[in-house]
Design a protein around this ligand. Structure first.
Ligand code: P6P
Length: 335
């Protein structure tokens, strides 16, 4: 039941107002979101001062993805987990930065929610002051409250998500949250340290004239993908290319203004690069709540069940008509 709220509503008031629509709510979800909001404020403050506080550059470590860990990646990961693991609302955290899930201490096994997170997406852009962001998904656990969470609570279809969102650290800091009430954006006013509603009931335009893809890999894509890209270059369609190299930033621009983002698989990497549980699932949940669509080039992203926590998946996401056109052409599957 999508709802529109008055401008200037704080995120706390939004969370309390929407929780009131669910008589069975215990307040755990509101508390969980308030923990995510706190982590977002802390990461935003550090990102904005990274150049002044020695937080640029790498740690020298390589993570489970085989990527060099940046200092801000480590800070964002630790900050996000610390904000969640002692809140009594979360029983497990699956992070891009950690091979294994983080299980909360036994005294918090009553936590109802499982959170998947890419603490800082767009690492390659951190040191050059280009927009980066945090992406998160929220499941209600399947295993009984009061017990330790298990992989069963995370290896499940994206359609089990009950909420998802992201925080983009760009010209401003904006938190976008998708729930059964629709997709709403909250801008951080750093002078008061509060997120205020600034984007009411976001809907993604069905069609646009923007596509986002790293065309350097063109010769590695399937012939269907190349055929789709050639179609977009027809001057009559007036498409332009926009590609930031940070998924959450490209996705956010396309969510607001319309556009299709593609990270297809290739012969060398049929699964593509993006991760299913904490990148594709949350973005797919958000875009569908905003009226858009997301596939892996063949099937709906939210219908996929991950085999492992760090599964990768090809991603085509954006306005429904554009995703359908691209998906119909993309072959041979999976790239
Ligand atoms: P490429 C950032 O490292 C990331 O994981 C996504 O945020 C982004 O969309 C993608 O990689 C960019 O990958 O191969 O185009 O550099």
């Amino acid at each position: 039941m999508e709802r529109v709220f008055e401008e200037g509503t704080t995120i706390d008031r939004f969370l309390l107002d929407t929780a009131a629509d669910f008589p069975e709510s215990t307040g755990q979800f509101v508390n969980l979101m308030q923990s995510i909001v706190l982590a977002g404020k802390m990461i935003s403050a550090r990102v904005n001062r990274a150049g002044l506080s020695g937080l640029l550059g790498g740690t020298g470590e390589v993570n489970v993805q085989g990527e060099f860990v940046q200092l801000l990646d480590e800070y964002a990961n630790n900050t996000f987990k610390r904000a969640l693991e002692h809140g009594g609302h979360t029983c497990m955290i699956v992070s891009e930065e950690d091979e294994a899930p983080t299980l909360v201490p036994e005294r918090f096994h009553s936590g109802r929610y499982v959170v998947t997170v890419d603490p800082l997406d767009g690492s390659s852009n951190i040191d050059v002051n280009v927009t980066i962001g945090t992406i998160f998904g929220i499941f209600a656990r399947k295993t009984p409250e009061g017990t330790a969470a298990t992989l069963e609570d995370a290896l499940r279809p994206g359609s089990d998500l009950i909420a998802a969102g992201y925080i983009v650290y760009g010209s401003g800091t904006l938190l976008v949250l998708a729930t059964d009430h629709g997709v709403h954006g909250f801008s951080l006013d750093p002078s008061v340290g509060e997120f205020f509603l600034s984007h009411n009931a976001i809907r993604v335009p069905e069609r646009s004239t923007t596509y986002s893809i790293n065309e350097a890999y063109r010769e590695q894509f399937g012939e269907g993908t190349r055929a789709y890209l050639d179609r977009l270059k027809d001057p009559a369609r007036k498409y332009g290319s926009r590609y930031i190299g940070t998924l959450v930033a490209d996705f956010h621009r396309n969510l607001l203004k319309g556009g299709v983002f593609l990270y297809p698989g290739t012969a060398k990497s049929p699964g593509g690069k993006l991760r299913l549980l904490y990148e594709a699932f949350p973005c797919a949940y958000i875009v569908e709540k905003a009226g858009g669509a997301a596939t892996n080039g063949k099937t709906r992203i939210l219908d996929i069940v991950p085999k492992e926590l760090h599964d990768r998946v090809p991603l085509v996401i954006g306005g429904k008509a554009e995703v359908e056109e691209a998906t119909a052409l993309m072959s041979p599957f999976p790239y």
